[in-house]
Design a protein around this ligand. Structure first.
Ligand code: BTN
Length: 268
């Protein structure tokens, strides 16, 4: 399958400034989902650090069973295969880690304020620029691993988004007024992911949690959390040492939520 011209696997491999992430890079023209494909490679025992990139996805996946709009030539759709020796409970910390790396990357391309919305949204002016889908995989033979998938809206104009996303989604082109080179963006993302991952492996999750908190406006705001059929309203007060979101409910009770199957609205 031909590679998109601007995203060349050899160029990415040769120019990356990383220890681990991007040690192998595969770029595809179109796939169903880079996360799904990366999971297949993980099952085939590829080395940690493999990165799968596609110009477009026919079944790009978001959190909570949502889809991720992935037209050719416009976005960055990337999944990294990681093999941290951590239990599934640590997955939300890896989502936060990817969020911090994505913010630091986007900050290199725009002076606009880039903010994180727990657990995985990267926003500019309240609109969604990027999202993260982190998946913990356990195979029948006992092998485990993590797929860290990131989607960034790069060179979309407003009309490139489906009607229903136009008021809630944005792209780097829309925010900066100019097209962004996807190769430079990819190299920057790999570098920040790698730095964050190395720091996480060496120093644990507290550095990630502290940095995540520096890039959000959520704390002190009223939020509504939906978990299954349950809806809980309260004030977001911070993250606990696991990276769970802490919420003070209207009755004064403090609750912690992991990112698993909850969705969150900023309600005021
Ligand atoms: C979300 O905000 O709900 C998460 C979106 C994650 C999208 C990325 S694009 C690359 C990778 N492959 C997928 O199928 N999903 C992630």
């Amino acid at each position: 399958m031909p590679e998109p011209k601007d995203l060349d696997a050899e160029k990415i491999k040769n120019n990356r400034k990383t220890v681990l992430i991007g040690s192998e890079v595969l770029v595809f023209d179109a796939v169903d989902s880079t996360n799904t494909l990366a999971k297949k490679y993980l099952q085939q025992k590829v080395q940690e650090g493999l990165v799968v990139i596609a110009d477009s996805q026919t079944q790009g996946r978001g959190r909570l069973g949502r889809s991720w709009h992935s037209l050719p030539g416009m976005g960055l759709y990337l999944s990294a295969v990681l093999k941290p020796r951590v239990a599934p409970e640590h997955l939300s910390q890896l989502t936060l880690l990817a969020g911090v790396a994505a913010v630091l990357t986007v900050n290199e391309f725009t002076s606009q304020k880039v903010r994180l919305k727990w657990p995985n949204d990267i926003l500019i002016n309240g609109k969604k620029l990027a999202g993260i889908l982190c998946e913990y995989c356990v195979f029948d033979n006992g092998d485990t691993g993590v797929i860290l998938g990131i989607g960034i809206n790069v060179n979309h104009t407003a009309s490139d988004f489906p009607e229903e996303l136009r008021t809630t989604a944005t792209s780097l082109l829309l925010e900066t007024g100019h097209r962004i080179d996807r190769l430079t963006l990819t190299l920057s993302l790999l570098e920040h992911l790698d730095q964050q991952y190395q720091a996480y492996l060496l120093g644990g999750e507290q550095g990630v949690i502290r940095q995540w908190a520096e890039h959000t406006d959520m704390f002190g705001k009223k939020v509504r959390i939906t978990r299954g059929r349950e809806s809980i309203t309260g004030t977001a007060t911070g993250l606990d040492s696991w990276g769970n979101l802490l919420l003070r409910t209207e009755t004064g009770e403090e609750m912690a939520f992991d990112s698993g199957e909850v969705s969150l609205d900023l309600s005021g």
